[in-house]
Design a protein around this ligand. Structure first.
Ligand code: PMP
Length: 416
């Protein structure tokens, strides 16, 4: 909806988990690689040399962000979804002869859950560990799920909807003891919280450029030296044979620049976002009755705040906020087409009608305190208005009941 059509005077964008504007410094680093330094990095001649050097620099920047030992452990991909496919299917296929059991959680990103479904069709058995009410993988439950024939476990670093940060170090230690490969979907966490694949004993880790204010359609998979993995697609053998095809050089350069900026600014920007997030959380819980925070109060991504509100529906809050110029999500953009309540909230045992009332704010570089104040000014009125119209609000249910009671009485009289 255009600014005019919506009638909103200002636009406030708080949906960074869906898309980030590409940082202008990132964009500037990419520009020369479209038409000027356009060569194919595989070419042996002069035109290929600079792009080749640039992708190796980008690889090193991603390696530095996650503390990989060698940059060669980073495989450049087209984003989080491809990295997840490459890592999970790659290890599962390679390890098939040794075991056909996989472990994951019920709150993974839809890309991981659909990979699991596809592996189940190919004869793998998958255990989906249930989370706690605030969205943590329960370590005891997780340990119980591991078996002699488990070849791989995949757990996300942070949940992209409710922001919960998982006990990755503890899980990594457990899996190392049991000699089980550990894949981590770190798409939501990379660039926002420090990641150390060595300390956390991670064998494979997915990141996406889009979630770090880089261009969409670029990402990486960390594959620890010695991890047994099979290529899931075949071609000319680029990226150690794991990701064949001509490299998207500008996007890869953008990914590298985004990773470097995120690393350099993580501490300062993280503290700024955490303060904005906390102001938003406190303000909403204080000013809107029957509102609840989804996920944990502090062990969450610095930029994520996700709420549910009784007696009002998520989509209508989203559309009303949009009319007021505020962009947010009511569920993960990757699953919002289904219009089903979030599988993450349902797995946390939030009742279906409450899961349908979720609104998610994800903050980023453009957001200021002034914008948080604006949301806090506008949002309570929207919820109040929608609740006044909601057939499920206690007041309206009461009214409906008493009207129905009168009708029953009338009906009773009529039939007498
Ligand atoms: N995993 C998580 C946790 C995500 O949030 C997303 C999307 N933001 C993905 C994977 C998929 O990443 P991409 O869109 O780059 O394929």
């Amino acid at each position: 909806m255009s600014m005019q059509a919506s009638g909103a005077k200002r636009r406030v964008y708080m949906d960074y988990a869906a898309a980030c504007p590409v940082d202008e410094r990132v964009l500037a680093s990419m520009m020369p690689f479209f038409s000027e330094k356009f060569g194919n990095p595989s070419s042996l001649h002069q035109a290929g040399r600079e792009p080749k050097k640039a992708i190796e620099e980008a690889r090193a920047r991603v390696a530095a962000l996650i503390n990989a030992k060698r940059k060669e452990e980073v495989i450049l991909t087209s984003g989080g979804t491809e990295s997840n496919n490459m890592g999970i299917k790659g290890v599962a296929m390679r390890m098939m002869g040794e075991g056909k059991h996989l472990v994951t959680s019920a709150i993974e990103h839809i890309s991981v859950l659909n990979i699991m479904k596809s592996l189940e069709k190919s004869g793998f058995e998958v255990t989906y560990v249930k989370p706690t009410g605030d969205g943590f993988v329960d370590l005891e439950e997780f340990e119980k799920a591991l078996r002699k024939d488990t070849v791989l476990a995949t757990i996300m670093y942070a949940n992209n909807e409710i922001g919960t940060l998982q006990p990755i170090d503890e899980i990594g230690r457990l899996l190392e003891e049991k000699d089980i490969f550990f894949h981590v979907d770190a798409v939501a966490a990379a660039g926002k919280v420090p990641i150390d694949v060595q300390r956390s004993k991670i064998d494979l880790l997915s990141v996406s450029s889009n979630d770090m204010c880089g261009p969409k359609g670029a990402g990486a998979l960390f594959v620890r030296d010695g991890t047994r993995i099979e290529a899931v697609s075949q071609g000319g053998g680029q990226e150690r044979g794991l990701r064949s095809g001509s490299e998207n050089v500008p996007a890869i350069v953008g990914l590298g620049a985004a990773a470097e900026l995120a690393k350099a600014e993580m501490e300062e920007e993280g503290a700024r976002l955490r303060a904005l997030r906390d102001k938003l959380i406190d303000g909403i819980l204080r000013s809107i009755e029957e509102s609840f925070l989804n996920g944990h109060r502090t062990k969450r991504l610095p930029n994520n705040a996700n709420f549910r509100f009784r007696y009002v529906e998520g989509e209508s809050m989203l559309l009303n906020l949009d009319m007021m110029g505020i962009s947010v999500s009511s569920s993960s953009p990757c699953t919002s087409k289904s219009l089903l309540p979030s599988h993450v909230l349902l797995a946390c045992e939030i009742p279906t009608e409450e899961a349908q009332s979720a609104v998610q704010f994800t903050l980023g570089r453009s957001n200021s305190e002034d914008e948080i104040d604006h949301v806090l000014e506008v949002f309570p009125g929207i919820v109040k208005k929608l609740r006044a119209m909601s057939p499920f609000s206690p007041k309206n249910i009461e009214e409906m009941r008493s009207t129905a009671g009168h009708r029953d009485e009338e009906h009773h009289h009529d039939s007498e």
